[in-house]
Design a protein around this ligand. Structure first.
Ligand SMILES: Nc1nc2c(ncn2[C@@H]2O[C@H](COP(=O)(O)OP(=O)(O)OP(=O)(O)O)[C@@H](O)[C@H]2O)c(=O)[nH]1
Ligand SMILES: [Mg+2]
Length: 442
């Protein structure tokens, strides 16, 4: 993938089951996910399997028997890379590499590699590089592509020497400082752009969810845009936003965002925090789920957990609506069950689930109906002071038909008691950011 003339690197992918492995996940599907990630890197997979590890050895992860098996396997398949779908400590990584004579990539390294391939915008690239350097600093070995791409080498290396490592460490520390500064600058500019957008009187609806769930497909179908939607993990890394009109005639801003994955490396969460913060600023989140997959519940659980982290402290909390996507792939019986469940499970929390097929567009009207309901729901009463120069504001409020009562306060100012639903509140705030709410409750 990096160099179309060079033959693809050969990789062995293993998913270890250890004592700490989550029991709620299906190992074969986790292996499949790791295979998907490895393929996304453009590697050729010569072997993949689930292996059980009774006891992890702190120095080298595997037991002696497993190491021998792997050695033979590497010999036989001529693999240059071993992908281990788990977290491997820096020491374990180095020891395995030395013992087997191939490059080791763990789950975090794998995800970092993919993110760095996919990053497109300046901010995306900076974020990924920062995450990658934080990861490398702790391991004191470079992730394989950086190293190999520069050397054009053969994968089989014993790792850099100590002097090189020391040098690298210092270079990395310097680079991290520089990157952070650059990121701040990019974000400052973006912050200004965002402040500009905040004045737009449209509610923001963000699509979130596990990677490959169908967010970009839904986004494209709804906005007629052409964002890359592909059967590949982490197709989207940068947030794309579009203003659009819903079938109900409302103007909204729809955002497509980066997909989540189980065990998202903490380096990446930290680096992407600013991007993810936009999610917290949305008025409504559409959690797009692939409900046809066997892992759908486990994925929902993981996405909910990541959302909890991102939404901590957000005020007000965005409403979450679930899109049960790829409904077309469900067998008849499961479809009926899903249709029955979505009401029982969701109405109680005040949430809603809608069955969708992002490709055909089926269910999208209903999804937008729910968005519409949410936006016109929950009217709040407010008292707003109308000064002598606020004629325009007063006219606006009367024009919208939201004025309940008009009174005068002790200072002789006009106070309008109004009832604003979410959408009018957004419009009002953007149009009259200086408006003063009165303490009078009358
Ligand atoms: N059968 C079916 N396939 C779908 C549906 N929605 C999306 N897909 C397919 O699922 C794959 C992934 O879709 P994307 O829209 O790229 O997924 P995404 O959530 O944006 O993924 P990331 O950007 O990686 O987070 C594509 O091959 C789509 O064509 C659906 O409702 N039904
Ligand atoms: Mg996408």
């Amino acid at each position: 993938m990096y160099n179309s003339e060079a033959p693809a690197w050969k990789a062995i992918v293993i998913h270890p089951i250890t004592a700490s492995t989550s029991k709620s996940r299906i190992p074969e599907l986790q292996l499949e996910e790791a295979v998907g990630l490895t393929l996304a890197l453009g590697l050729e997979i010569v072997h993949s399997s689930v292996i059980s590890i009774r006891q992890i050895r702190p120095s080298i992860f595997f037991g002696a028997g497993k190491l021998e098996d792997l050695d033979a396997l590497a010999e036989e398949t001529e693999a240059q890379i071993l992908v281990i779908n788990d977290e491997i400590s820096p020491i374990q990584q180095r020891n395995i590499e030395k013992r087997l004579g191939l490059k080791v990539i763990d789950r975090t390294g794998l995800i970092l590699e993919i993110f760095s391939l996919r990053a497109r915008t300046k901010e995306g690239k900076l974020q990924v590089e920062l995450a990658r350097l934080s990861y490398e600093k702790s391991r004191l070995v470079r992730t394989w592509t950086h190293l190999e791409r520069q050397r054009g080498g053969t994968g089989k290396t014993g790792g850099p020497g100590e002097r090189q490592i020391e040098l690298d460490r210092r270079l990395i520390a310097d680079r991290i400082v520089k990157l952070k500064r650059e990121l701040e600058e990019v974000r400052r500019t973006r912050g200004l752009q965002r402040a500009g957008r905040e004045r737009m009187p449209f509610p923001i609806v963000a699509l979130v969810g596990y990677t490959n769930a169908g967010k970009s497909t839904l986004f494209n179908n709804a906005t007629k845009a052409k964002v890359l939607a592909k059967d590949m993990l982490f197709a989207t890394l940068d947030t794309t936003s579009r203003a659009m009109k819903t079938p109900q005639g409302r103007d909204i801003i729809l955002s497509d965002t980066v997909g989540f994955i189980t065990d998202l490396p903490h380096e990446l969460i930290a680096a992407f925090r600013a991007t993810l913060e936009e999610v917290a600023e949305a008025d409504i989140l559409i959690h797009v789920r692939d409900i046809s997959g066997a892992e759908t519940e486990a994925q929902k659980h993981d996405v909910d957990q990541i959302l909890d982290t991102i939404l901590k402290g957000a005020e007000p909390l965005p409403t979450i609506i679930e899109a049960w996507n790829k409904a077309d792939l469900l067998p008849e019986a499961a479809l009926l069950e899903a249709k029955a469940n979505r009401n029982i499970l969701f109405k109680r929390d005040g949430k809603v689930a809608v069955l969708t097929n992002s490709e055909s567009g089926e269910g999208l009207d209903e999804l937008f109906d729910e968005i519409d309901k949410e936006l016109s729901f929950g009217a709040k009463q407010k008292s707003i002071i109308c000064g002598a120069n606020d004629g325009k504001m007063r006219a606006w409020l009367y024009d919208k038909g939201v004025v309940l009562r008009e009174i005068r306060n002790d200072d002789g100012e006009v106070v309008l008691k109004v009832s604003l639903d979410k959408i009018n509140e957004i419009k009002f705030k953007s149009q009259f950011p200086e408006a003063i709410e009165s303490a009078i409750v009358a």
